[in-house]
Write a protein that binds this ligand. Structure first.
Ligand SMILES: [Mg+2]
Length: 152
């Protein structure tokens, strides 16, 4: 499956959750730090043959986002930032994952969850203070994968 992740307050935040230890490269290029558990989560999703996308409403450049994850040894496949979103999505919606063939989008925003219900896309919502977020996502991805394969 293609799985996308929000950045702010889902993967990146200065004070809302614990962070991964800075890597050698992240220090060198001054990359932003990522949420504790992200490395384990992304590696596990890779093992399960999922593709990892980033879908953010921020204007961070695609290169900067890709490099940030590379620094931690967890490359992402595709980045949708606000520039690309504005270019591709005409609907009045903050995110629209189906446009990019994304199967499930992970976010902290209840607004995005509501948009998912309204426009028919799957979301997994994790709050910034959920310390068990990695396992919860993996469990929910499992359910989505199983329901998807049983539909075929
Ligand atoms: Mg967010």
């Amino acid at each position: 499956m293609k799985i996308s992740f929000d950045l702010d307050d889902t993967i990146i935040s200065i004070n809302k959750f614990s962070l991964e230890k800075e890597s050698f490269w992240s220090k060198i290029i001054g990359a932003e730090r990522i949420r504790l558990g992200t490395i384990k989560l992304f590696k596990e999703l890779r093992t399960q043959n999922h593709q990892i996308y980033v879908y953010t409403t921020s204007y961070r450049s695609k290169v900067r986002i890709k490099l940030m994850f590379l620094c931690y040894g967890i490359p992402v496949d595709f980045v949708i930032n606000q520039y690309l979103h504005e270019k591709r999505i005409i609907k009045n919606v903050s995110k629209f994952p189906p446009e990019f063939d994304i199967d499930v989008h992970i976010d902290d925003s209840l607004g995005v969850e509501m948009e998912g219900k309204k426009f028919g896309f799957k979301t997994i919502i994790v709050s910034a203070n959920d310390e068990n977020w990695v396992n919860e996502i993996l469990e929910k991805i499992d359910i989505v994968t199983t329901s998807k394969s049983s539909m075929v």
